[in-house]
Design a protein around this ligand. Structure first.
Ligand code: X2X
Length: 333
């Protein structure tokens, strides 16, 4: 043990030499969970926010980042967030809708035509409306959403070009009523599976396909177990930075302000990262063997209309929420 101790002391010396103040335990340690890989820009920017928050609070607030569902699948982590076992969690609004139904509204099929429309709405009236609804259920949602992206359909069996190609197609969707409803309306056979199990569900052919943004298809290596990708952009999906209200309230007011400021800043950084990746991801995925398929987008939208999808969800969200959505994106039905 003596040799070991002196070895450790030796190794530690240079570190102590450059420390400006003695190490101390943080006054507040918060757990932040997400569901995407450690190499995704969202995780990287969250870690950067954690570092800045620690520095700006002189070490008082330490945020531990747990990417990739390390603390559990989304459904489970949402339960932990509500109990306070997890303090912060970035979750898709569509999955959050299992607790806060209006939070799925940005996922209505073909609602957004481009990113300018997305950020104007989510940083504006539609986002404010959803955050108000989230707050009613005891969670805090920070102002700036994090980008996941426009979602595209992948398949291991056959290319999906028209709604007819989706007939009976076993497609994995996240655990969320809107997703199930949409793919049922399109004639597919959706299976709800948390992201933590998606790769193996595709590998074992429990699901023939799935849908996700190109950047995540690449970063989570889904191209290894899928053959085709169809550019449907059937919905835009993003993550809310959610906080357990009790965990957040325990922080002093200045620490709360620092945490909020730095998380919102990192969300904007992450949006820019994804925008940049969107410029190169198509070629990267092609070079990895994924076959790109032109999808008949108007036919998919028409199939949703004919199935009564828009009428049904307008009724579910109510006139106020639907009115806000249409004021941002134009008439939907
Ligand atoms: O579960 C998914 O597909 C993911 C990672 O995109 C979401 O969080 C909705």
């Amino acid at each position: 043990t003596l040799a070991r101790r002196s070895l450790l002391a030796g190794a530690a010396l240079p570190l102590f030499a450059i420390r400006t103040r003695p190490a101390r335990a943080a006054d507040f340690t918060l757990k932040l969970a997400n569901n995407i890989p450690a190499t995704h820009p969202m995780t990287i920017r969250q870690q950067e926010a954690a570092n800045r928050i620690k520095a700006a609070t002189n070490g008082a607030v330490e945020i531990q980042v747990f990417p990739n569902n390390q603390l559990g699948g989304d459904t489970d982590t949402l339960a932990q967030l509500r109990e306070g076992a997890v303090d912060l969690f970035t979750l898709s609004g569509l999955i959050l809708a299992t607790l806060v139904p209006p939070a799925s509204i940005n996922g209505v099929g073909f609602a957004f035509k481009d990113y300018d429309t997305v950020w104007k709405a989510m940083d504006g009236k539609l986002g404010a409306y959803v955050r108000g609804q989230i707050s009613k259920r005891g969670l805090i949602a920070m102002d700036k959403m994090w980008d996941n992206g426009f979602r595209q359909i992948t398949s291991s069996t056959h290319p999906i070009r028209t709604p007819a190609d989706l007939k009976g197609f076993k497609i994995r969707v996240p655990v969320s009523p809107l997703w199930t409803s949409m793919f049922t309306a399109l004639g597919a056979s959706p299976i709800s599976i948390n992201f933590a199990e998606v790769y193996s569900a595709l590998q074992t052919k429990i699901a023939e396909g799935q849908e996700n943004p190109l950047t995540l298809i690449e970063i989570a290596r889904l191209y290894e177990v899928q053959k085709y990708v169809s550019l449907t952009s059937h919905m835009w999906d993003g993550f809310w930075m959610l906080a357990n209200r009790r965990s957040f309230s325990r922080l002093p007011a200045d620490a709360q302000a620092i945490l909020t400021r730095e998380m919102n800043k990192s969300a904007l950084d992450e949006r820019a990262d994804i925008a940049k990746l969107n410029g190169t991801v198509t070629n990267d995925l092609k070079s990895k063997g994924l076959e790109f398929v032109e999808a008949d987008k108007p036919a998919f939208r028409q199939a949703l209309k004919s199935a009564g999808f828009y009428a049904e969800w307008k009724k579910k969200y109510g006139d106020q929420a639907w009115g806000i959505l249409e004021s941002e994106v134009g008439p939907l039905s």
